[in-house]
Design a protein around this ligand. Structure first.
Ligand code: AMP
Length: 222
């Protein structure tokens, strides 16, 4: 039996983790687990965790490991994750990385690859501040780089509802980049030491990055 793929996407806000995870989901039948999406859902639902996380997220800081781990563990018990997962935005601290190792070991699983999507910080503020998504299917768009072909209508599903994240503004992006460098970037060395680190150039075209990631996933799931 082949082992389920466990792919980690590392990179600052705006690196393209979500976009690429969605493409990998479609191509390989893996499930994207975005702790940001899970937390935003908890905030919208007004759960206890969501109430605790809301202000922290709006400030661009990191939510506590305890909350994030509880939400992630819960999601991992759902059966659709059996074939494999793409972790998007998790782990984000050394504590989360160690907790993930322990969680995977319990289930006799291991990390297939941790891919660092490398980008220039300076470009990230513009990338993140201009982005928005279809409110129905989640397709991503950008004010300067990718508008729908027919203005106001999603290319993918035809919906006319779009949404922007509350934390995708220039001020909060600065705090999110700082949090990334202080707390998440050290994980690059952590995974290098474990022999699972891969890097891709996140400044390339979306399709080029997708091809690079396809090659990694194809190799590690062989
Ligand atoms: P993202 O959608 O990954 O950009 O995450 C949005 C926000 O959710 C972050 O700025 C954090 O406040 C919070 N968040 C998401 N994932 C994590 C995580 N693994 N650990 C701590 N906070 C997180």
């Amino acid at each position: 039996m082949t082992h389920p793929t466990v792919l980690i996407l590392l990179g600052p806000p705006g690196a393209g983790k979500g976009t690429q995870a969605r493409m990998l989901e479609e191509k390989f039948g893996l499930v994207q687990l975005s702790t940001g999406d899970l937390l935003r859902a908890a905030v919208a639902a007004g759960t206890k965790a969501g109430k605790a996380a809301k202000a922290v997220m709006e400030a661009g800081e990191l939510v506590s490991d305890a909350i994030v781990l509880a939400i992630l563990k819960d999601r991992l018990t759902e059966p659709d994750t059996a074939k494999g997962v793409i972790l998007d935005g998790f782990p984000r601290t050394p504590g989360q990385a160690e907790a993930l190792d322990a969680l995977l070991a319990e289930q006799d699983l291991k990390i297939s690859a941790a891919v660092s999507i490398e980008v220039d910080d300076a470009a990230m503020v513009e990338r993140v501040s201009g982005r928005y998504t279809c409110g129905s299917c989640g397709e991503g768009y950008h004010d300067s780089f990718k508008q729908p072909v027919n203005a106001g209508t999603c290319d993918k599903c035809g919906s006319t509802e779009f949404k922007r994240r509350a934390d995708d503004n220039a001020e909060t992006v600065g705090a999110r980049l700082t949090a990334y460098h202080a707390q998440t970037a050290p994980l690059i060395a952590y995974y290098e030491t474990r022999g699972v680190l891969r890097t891709v150039d996140g400044m390339s075209a979306i399709e080029t990055i997708a091809a690079d990631l396809d090659a990694v996933v194809t190799q590690v799931s062989a």
